[in-house]
Design a protein around this ligand. Structure first.
Ligand SMILES: [Zn+2]
Length: 77
């Protein structure tokens, strides 16, 4: 799976990626399909290497940490 296709699929599945102590974590576990697990594993290095554009914190590929997420204040739909 192309990494650009991974984020919409993760979002659609209700899965969240986090970097915890340098390890990639995806959850909730019950939302993970085999396809998503394989795609996350495939792109693990790129996801771990992604850093917040503002503070350099690991972002698991989202581009912004929680503190600098420009979409965090938008109302949930
Ligand atoms: Zn940040």
């Amino acid at each position: 799976m192309d990494i650009r296709d991974l984020f919409p699929k993760i979002a659609a599945a209700g899965v969240t990626l986090r970097v915890v102590d340098g390890a990639l974590r995806a959850g909730p576990v019950e939302a993970l399909t085999d396809e998503l697990r394989a795609a996350i594993r495939e792109h693990r290095e790129a996801l771990l290497a992604a850093r917040c554009q503002h503070c350099g914190e690991p972002t698991a590929g989202y581009g912004f940490c929680d503190a600098h997420d420009p979409f965090a204040d938008l109302p949930a739909r």
